[in-house]
Write a protein that binds this ligand. Sequence first.
Ligand SMILES: C[S@@+](CC[C@H](N)C(=O)[O-])C[C@H]1O[C@@H](n2cnc3c(N)ncnc32)[C@H](O)[C@@H]1O
Length: 283
Amino acid sequence: MREMTTDTVTTYLLTNRAFVAPTIGEAMRTLDLGGRRRLLDAGTGAGGGLVALAHAADPDARVLGVDQNADALELAAAYAEREGVADRVETRQADLLDVLAEAARSGAGFDAIWASDVIWPGNFPDPEAAVAALVGALNPGGVLALFSSGYYQATFLPGHSRVQQKLRVASQMNWGIPGDGPTHNERLVHWVLAAGLRGPRVRLMPRAVFPLEDDPTARPYLERVVWPELLDAAREQGREAGMSEEELARAVTLMTPGSDGYALNEPGYHLLHPMLLVTGTLD
Ligand SMILES: C[S@@+](CC[C@H](N)C(=O)[O-])C[C@H]1O[C@@H](n2cnc3c(N)ncnc32)[C@H](O)[C@@H]1O
């Protein structure tokens, strides 16, 4: 399974944070955060959700950002400082499941929990149980928000769909994600329903970028995060995912800046990224 170096994780967290920020802000506005005092950003990474929660919540609300990765928490704390919300947030290095169990045991639960790109089989062998643990840490009336940036639904290579589909399969194999079944990463809604939350909602928040220069975060996201990830997947799992030698070579050309057939130099190049917000409330 794919392992990431500290540098790769940092690049991913910062570049991805910038790219998803507008959609996260929009998602926060759909949550009813007024009057909610204790908020949790579960698996905060570089703190994109942490800071957005602090901005969207009442000024006297407090937001806890939990992550097991100390380097990520440093990025999150620096971001909170830079965005002027450091006095309203706290970061804690811990296993999320321990924090949730402690909240459930002590009765000091959360009025809202945000989890973005965290609940998936790469992080939790039993994601449905992880969602149940998130729900177990909610106070009565508390809201759970599961956000997915929709990496595996995105169109990164418009006009090259066969190569893109095989790259997606190669990437999922590279991360050890099953092709289907109860732990599949597309089951956020299934897990929220299984946890018995009231009023489950699914919101699609699509991003379409064209021309690419319209969104200055898009090119760095593609060149620093997406292309390296997909090229690694092609190398490691491309043949198993059914890519021919010609398709492997074309994938390299399409995703190599400066190459003759570089995808971003195609006049019609556009990026489609359907992001997903799944919410529910505890009775
Ligand atoms: C894909 S990143 C998403 C970060 C951030 N929520 C975002 O949307 O940009 C997943 C994060 O979850 C953290 N994480 C994964 N499993 C965890 C666990 N069991 N306890 C705490 N943090 C965890 C990772 O360290 C990583 O920072």
